[in-house]
Design a protein around this ligand. Structure first.
Ligand code: MN
Length: 226
């Protein structure tokens, strides 16, 4: 039973140089990401086996393995699509407006992402996420791949802060990697995801003051920039 597969990179290993070295991309995608795909499939198999045998003695470890590996697979698959050799710059349109609305300005958002990645304790990710409850953006700081997640939120842009993402190229100077990646962010991809999540809902009533009306109001506001 294989639920999950390793997606091909949408560009060559060397396409993101000099910001991300080809060797880093190759190891990161072919070895590290593959481990999470295999781990997620294995966890599914072992859970099915546990159900068949009616033996749930190791259920906590299996649920942990599923959350860790499947989350690793989701985040890496997203990370590859968030990057592009033609990327960089700043997002315009509704995404650009929403970033300004929810973070003050693009510079503050960029700083928050970089600082969150930098202050990751152990392994983790900084992520731009959409909160469907209040229809706003947040920066989340995941531990490993799955902990400290904001429940119900949907990641739009993720920055890998695990050592395997930069060490072979930047060694201990991880901030250089967290800054370099801004030259290759695929804002077109992020904007597409942002448009998509506008339709998402948790079907939780009366739990946020602004909710839908806030997103609607921001859409009606005249465009501040292209
Ligand atoms: Mn990684």
């Amino acid at each position: 039973m294989s639920n999950y597969v390793l997606p091909d990179l949408p560009y060559d290993y060397s396409a993101l140089e000099p910001h991300i070295a080809a060797r880093v991309m190759e190891l990161h995608h072919d070895k590290h990401h593959r481990t999470y795909v295999d781990g997620a499939n294995k966890a599914c198999e072992m859970l099915a086996e546990a159900r068949e045998k009616g033996d749930f003695t190791r259920i906590a470890a299996l649920e942990h393995a599923l959350a860790f590996n499947l989350s690793g697979h989701v985040l890496h698959s997203l990370f590859w699509q968030n990057l592009s050799p033609d990327g960089g710059g700043t997002p315009g349109g509704e995404l650009g407006q929403a970033i300004e609305r929810d973070f003050g300005d693009f510079k503050s958002f960029r700083q928050q992402m970089i600082k969150a990645a930098e202050q990751t304790m152990g392994s983790g990710w900084a992520a731009l996420v959409w909160d469907p409850l209040s229809s706003r953006l947040f920066v989340a700081l995941y531990h490993d791949h799955q902990s400290e997640t904001i429940q119900g939120s949907i990641p739009l842009l993720v920055l890998d802060a695990w050592e395997h993402a930069y060490y072979a190229q930047y060694a201990n100077e991880k901030t250089k990697f967290f800054e370099a990646v801004w030259n290759v962010w695929n804002w077109e991809d992020v904007a597409k995801r942002f448009a998509e999540v506008q339709q998402s809902s948790l079907l939780i009533e009366s739990a946020a003051a602004a909710s839908r009306s806030r997103a609607a109001a921001s859409r009606e506001r005249p465009a501040g920039r292209a």
